[in-house]
Write a protein that binds this ligand. Structure first.
Ligand SMILES: [Zn+2]
Ligand SMILES: [Zn+2]
Length: 232
């Protein structure tokens, strides 16, 4: 009640262009409309497909070899104005952007059985100390609040430091990440979604999924804000 009243009093301000927000959020109607939909895309790895292909067609990689996760949900493409929001969170620690991203992603959760737990894709503790925060945790926190699905910032851990993924080939990316995550499944979770900001090659998604699988999770999903064009 109080929250609704505050929403009317402070309608929010668009983090992209500064106009008044809609639905009590920090995004205006125009920028909300302009968020670049990831369609058509592969229903399994969310790789963007050429515009002539039907939405929901499996991409070549997923047809050739099913990935270790059930699916990646990435509702948007990493283009303007969504990229601005992700950069505000990631590089400028604008936590209002984390809240907005989490709320937007909550609105995209498909119907059907929901995960028992959300876990942010983690950083190594040393990296976390250097940077001071994990942007995926910010998204997961607000996604959890908006969706009612519990989250844990510590069950999925990064147990080994890795090199920056930029400039590495696909093969090098996979080697670089191999075995870097560990999932504590003392809660016996069976359906878990790992939360990330962007899926690029899918190497991180794959490695996180393998850690969940090793810990006995049966249904593994990766939920991210955006997908870049490279395939898994
Ligand atoms: Zn705007
Ligand atoms: Zn695919």
């Amino acid at each position: 009640m109080v929250y609704k009243f505050l929403e009317q009093l402070f309608p929010g301000q668009c983090l992209v262009c500064g106009q008044p927000g809609v639905q009590g959020r920090d995004i205006c109607a125009t920028c909300l409309e302009e968020l670049p939909r990831n369609r058509p895309c592969c229903p399994c790895c969310a790789a963007p497909l050429p515009s002539w292909q039907a939405d929901g067609s499996l991409c070549g990689s997923c047809s050739a070899k099913p990935p270790p996760f059930l699916r990646i949900i990435a509702p948007w493409r990493y283009e303007a104005p969504l990229d601005v929001l992700i950069q505000q969170l990631k590089f400028h620690r604008r936590l209002a952007a984390g809240r907005l991203l989490g709320e937007l992603l909550a609105g995209e959760i498909p119907s059907g059985p929901k995960p028992d737990l959300l876990v942010p894709v983690p950083q190594h503790p040393r990296q976390l100390r250097r940077k001071g925060f994990n942007h995926s945790s910010e998204i997961a926190l607000f996604l959890s609040r908006a969706s009612g699905i519990p989250w844990s910032p510590w069950r999925l851990k990064k147990i080994r430091e890795t090199r920056s993924q930029h400039r590495l080939s696909r093969k090098e990316r996979q080697d670089n990440l191999r075995g870097c995550f560990h999932f504590d499944n003392s809660g016996a979770y069976r359906h878990v979604a790992a939360i990330d900001d962007i899926v690029t090659t899918g190497a991180t998604a794959r490695e996180a999924a393998l850690a969940l699988k090793r810990a006995g999770v049966e249904q593994i999903e990766i939920w991210a804000m955006a997908r870049t064009p490279e395939k898994c």
